[in-house]
Write a protein that binds this ligand. Sequence first.
Ligand code: KG4
Ligand code: ZN
Length: 341
Amino acid sequence: MAAILGIESTCDETAAAVVVEGRRVRSNIVATQFDLHAKYRGVVPEIASRAHIQNILPVLREALDSAGLALGQIDAVAVAHRPGLIGSLLIGVTAAKALAWSIHKPLIGVDHVHAHLYSVLLDGQADPEMPAVGMVVSGGHTALYRVAAMDEVALIGSTIDDAVGEAYDKVAAILGLGFPGGPILDALAAEGDARAIAFPRSMLDRDSLDFSFSGLKTAVLYHVRGKQGRQRTAADLTQQEIRDVAASFQAACIDVLLTKVRRAVQQTQAGSVIVGGGVSANRGLRRSLAALGLPVYLPAAPYCTDNAAMTAGLAYLDFRRGRFSRLDLDAVTSSRFIREL
Ligand code: KG4
Ligand code: ZN
C-alpha cells in the first residue's frame, strides 16, 4: 500500500496531499492566496513565492496529520516541478527534495498539466476508454492531448494567446468583479441571457485544434466601453446587463471548447474525453460536455483547481515502475508536452 506525499506550488496555491495507490485520497490540503492577489486582479509572482515559503510547512504538516500518517510512513515524495512561475515552483521543489532526502525515500517530479489530466482518476472514479481526447482548461493552459494511456500523452493543440481561465479572469476584471473571475462569472452566467450579445468565436483554420481567446476578451472590453468609443465602464451597466455579458461570454467560450473537442475526437478516433483544470469546474461547460454523446470524465470538485492530490496520484505511475527523479531535479517553467510539428 504505497502512500505518496504530493506537493504543489506551481502558481498561487500551496498544496500538499497524501494519496494511496494512486487513487485513494487520504488528505488534500490547499492554501489559496486569493486575498493577497485580489487587489492586483491577477497573480503577482513575487508575492506568490513569498506566500509559498510561509505556507509550505504548515500545509505539509496538515496533510500528514489529516492522513493520520507519520513522515516515516510515506513511501515517496512527489512534486509538480513544471510548468509554472519559477519562484513558486522553486519552493515546492526545494521542500520536496529536502523531505525525500531526509526520510531516504524516492523523489518523483511530475508535470502539473499532466496531473490535471490524471485528476479524473482520483477517489475511485472509473478508467476512461482509451485512446481518449484530453483537454486541460486552466488559468495558465488551454490544450488538447491524445491520451493513449495515462502515461502516454501527446499534445495535439494549444492556445496561441490567452488561456481560457485567463480570459475569465480578465473579463471579470473588465466587469469590475473579483478574482479569480471564473467562479464569479459562472454564477452570474446562470442568471443571464447567453444570446444577448453575439461575441466572436475564434475557431482558427478548419481542422485546427488550437485555441485563441484574446479576441473574445477584447470584444467584451469594446462592448463594455460602448459604441463609438464612448468611455463607458462596467459601473455604468445594470446588474442584468452584467449577467448578460457573463452568459454571452461563457457561451462563446463553451462553443469554442466543444467545437475543438469534437474535432479532436474525430481526428484521433477517441473513445472518451477527459477534461481537467480550474475551468473544468464550470457548470455550463460540464452541462455541454454531458451532451457530447461520448463518455466524459471530469474531476470531482476538489480536484478541478490546483491541488496536490493529482500530483501524488500521477506520481504513482512512475513509482510502480521504479522511475524516480534525482535530487538535482530542476524547476522548469514550461510543460514537458511540446508540439510535434
Ligand atoms: O487549474 P487552476 O487552479 O490553475 C492553473 O493551473 O492555472 O485554474 C485556475 C483558473 C482560473 O483562471 C479561474 O478563474 C478558473 O480556473 N476557474 C473557473 C471556474 N473555477 C475556476 N473558470 C470558469 N468557471 C469556473 N467555475
Ligand atoms: Zn493548474
